[in-house]
Design a protein around this ligand. Structure first.
Ligand code: ZN
Length: 169
């Protein structure tokens, strides 16, 4: 996890004001969390880190392109990602870190937080589970689409094709 040290924010030394951090997601970063190859070398993370007297507001902006393959026609597919996620850090008289929806509770004496885990979670949330060309308003491979339409005429077809077919039209 040494590679993730640069995602540590030592907030005890920061003034109570808005700070900004920039990160780039690459395979090196992802290796810490998953075996899956995601081809996300262009993903940028901007983090607004608004430190207040008793809490910190974090605003993550995730931007970039994921190079993947279409779940429908299997051709290469680029997906644009442009999302923001908010997180609040609060301080409590506790000895362990607690998380609850978009709030993290840190022990009162905390001085830093590592944001790598949150960046990874938000990146995963940004990637649609069903990835098709319609996501970026381009078209699927016409040969495969024609094949799916042929399947439609087959009454013994898997009902899952119906959903695929609806999305075609
Ligand atoms: Zn496609």
């Amino acid at each position: 996890m040494k590679a993730l040290k640069s995602y540590n924010i030592l907030f005890s030394g920061l003034k109570n004001t808005l700070h900004h951090f920039d990160y780039t997601i690459n395979d090196e970063f992802l290796k810490n969390f998953t075996e899956e190859k995601l081809n996300v070398n262009n993903i940028k993370i901007g983090l607004d880190f608004d430190k207040n007297e008793n809490f910190i507001m974090l605003d993550f902006q995730i931007n970039g392109i994921i190079k993947t393959t279409c779940d429908r026609c299997l051709d290469p597919l680029d997906i644009n990602i442009d999302n923001t996620y908010q997180l609040v850090i609060k301080f409590e008289d506790t000895s362990e870190i607690k998380e609850e929806d978009e709030i993290i509770f840190l022990p009162l004496e905390s001085t830093e937080i590592n944001v790598a885990k949150y960046i990874y979670e938000y990146l995963m949330l940004s990637i649609p589970s069903y990835k098709t060309h319609s996501l970026n308003k381009s078209s699927c491979n016409p040969e495969i689409v024609a094949y799916l339409h042929t399947e439609k005429k087959d009454s013994d077809r898997d009902p899952r094709w119906d959903k695929l077919f609806e999305e075609t039209n």
